[in-house]
Unconditional design. Structure first.
Length: 110
């Protein structure tokens, strides 16, 4: 997916290409910056301003980002582990945890 977030310092649009899986109406991605312990800039931007825009093959939509926690995080991590059998081994190489980021459809203005 092509995600456009607002830069936390610049206030400008910041595009990035991310892999994702679908979970009902939500899109789910992982906040990994390779094996670097630093969080990826796109995730820091979404933490500052959770509202973003995504473009997919089948269309575009506005979304709101949040981190998955507890049972939801475990379930979604398993979904990713099915996509990439080496995910746990890769994640263990990172000194910090990896956020599972849920992009929910933004509510339409009324």
């Amino acid at each position: 997916m092509h995600l456009t977030a607002i830069g936390r310092r610049s206030g400008r649009e910041r595009p990035v290409m991310l892999a994702y899986v679908e979970d009902g109406p939500n899109l789910v991605t992982l906040a990994m910056n390779g094996w670097d312990p630093a969080e990826p800039a796109w995730w820091l931007n979404l933490q500052a301003t959770p509202e973003a825009h995504v473009a997919l093959v089948d269309g575009e939509r506005d979304v709101v980002a949040r981190v998955a926690t507890d049972e939801e995080r475990q379930r979604l991590w398993q979904r990713w582990a099915e996509v990439n059998k080496k995910l746990d081994a890769f994640a263990e190489r990172r000194p910090n945890g990896t956020a599972v980021v849920v992009l929910e459809p933004a509510k339409s203005p009324t």
